[in-house]
Write a new protein. Structure first.
Length: 432
């Protein structure tokens, strides 16, 4: 008989995004390791993106419970005339561009909703989780964040029933998350947030982070052992049949898939594109899939690239993987912020599985750049290297080989496959 564990996750289908995919995939494969997940999620969440197709990947008998939340994003949206999607999308939710209402909303969110704007979910989720644990005799609880309100729920459950094994899964840093630097946050609010994180890290039985650098960062908050389980790719999402031979076309396609906050806007990449001659630009087809900070469009306009770059919006994950596989080159940008060496964005692993070369812009000594170099996935550039980027693009357009080494083995056995990562998670869940 499979052992049951309770997963508490705010972001869950129909929500889309990399954070949702991480635990959808874990729940998909955990039963193969003798573990049956039971999920508790929000009943009335506000999501920046939707992807109902992810629900199709879940086991048919997966038990999913819901708890209601008081959603400040919904209230703020009604005050400003914006949709739930607009006010909860990270690339725009934390932007102080706009009128006084937008600026006030960001200030209130930064200083009163601690650790985040999902605190209205804590009471209902805590009550529902207690019922599930009691009725199903569950002895292991996993919380995944962001939002870090889920970890507050985990700590409350651990205090309520100390014998429960509580595992924190930190997909991003908590108080040290990069966008906090751009928020109008008071030192008092930051101190409160750091103290909440410290207490959670002290209380949890195990803590999982997504990179070695993130483990080192968290040790500055609290020294303890951190398990590292990165994001990854599902080998079943990348059939070879979707890999189209676009090189036979006269068009060279570059794609970026994912959201883009203001610190990730690739200004020097746009400058490099602008440096190409008209004949070279005519060979290019550049497509952005996802949600973007409004200043992306200004940066494109400043470089007179409006005719060269098209925006496709967020698409279901399967459609996104096909777009990755059929491109000639994939653009990957790490936000230009403090401690960005530790950022290991989920899209990197889908890019890896797409077996399409990567043009990486970010810290060349960071975790993401290390993986790209180690697996020979493409070229890495620092933010300021627009001339080198231009030379690289010019060479690629003229048929020069892009540095890339194709994976020869079975993708299911790849170290970053969701199956192998789930195996490591199961070992943590099975330890005494």
């Amino acid at each position: 008989m499979a052992r049951k564990v309770l997963l508490i996750a705010y972001y869950w289908p129909p929500s889309g995004g990399a954070g949702v995919q991480r635990w959808v995939k874990f729940c998909k494969y955990l039963p193969e390791f003798g573990i049956e997940p039971v999920v508790l999620t929000v009943a009335n969440g506000t999501y920046p993106m939707l992807d109902e197709s992810l629900a199709d990947e879940l086991p048919a008998d997966l038990e999913v419970h819901q708890a209601k939340s008081i959603e400040p994003y919904t209230i703020f949206g009604k005050l400003t005339g914006k949709t739930d999607k607009q006010v909860s999308t990270p690339s725009t939710a934390f932007s102080t561009d706009g009128g006084w209402m937008q600026k006030l909303g960001v200030w209130v969110r930064s200083n009163f909703f601690i650790p985040d704007a999902r605190i209205g979910w804590i009471p209902g989720a805590f009550s529902k989780a207690k019922d599930i644990i009691t009725n199903q005799k569950i002895d292991t609880v996993i919380t995944t964040g962001p939002p870090n309100s889920t970890h507050v729920i985990g700590k409350k459950l651990k205090n309520w029933r100390p014998g429960v094994q509580w595992i924190m899964d930190m997909r991003d840093p908590w108080s040290q998350i990069f966008y906090n630097e751009t928020l109008p946050r008071t030192s008092l609010a930051q101190h409160i947030d750091e103290n909440m994180e410290l207490k959670a890290l002290k209380t949890a039985d195990d803590v999982i982070v997504v990179s070695n650098s993130m483990a080192e960062l968290e040790k500055n908050i609290y020294k303890r052992y951190y398990h590292v389980i990165s994001n990854g790719f599902d080998h079943e999402d990348f059939p070879e049949s979707h890999k189209k031979n676009t090189k036979e076309s006269n068009t060279f396609t570059i794609r970026y898939v994912g959201s883009m906050t203001e610190p990730a806007i690739p200004h020097q990449f746009f400058k490099a594109l602008a440096s190409l001659n008209n004949q070279q630009k005519a060979m290019l087809n550049i497509e952005f899939f996802g949600s973007y900070n409004s200043k992306v469009h200004k940066a494109i306009a400043d470089n007179e690239l409006e005719a060269l770059i098209s925006f496709k919006g967020y698409v279901p994950h399967q459609e996104a993987t096909e777009a990755m596989q059929s491109a000639n080159l994939l653009l990957l940008v790490i936000p230009d912020t403090k401690d960005n060496e530790l950022i290991l964005t989920g899209k990197l692993f889908d890019y890896l599985a797409a077996q399409t070369p990567i043009l990486f812009i970010g810290p060349k000594q960071g975790d993401a750049a290390h993986i790209i170099r180690n697996y020979k996935l493409g070229r890495c550039f620092d933010y300021a290297e627009f001339e080198a980027m231009g030379d690289f693009l010019e060479g690629a357009l003229h048929g020069n080989d892009i540095p890339y080494k194709k994976w020869k083995g079975d993708f299911k056995s790849h170290p970053y496959s969701r199956y192998q990562l789930t195996s490591r998670l199961a070992q943590i869940l099975d330890q005494p």
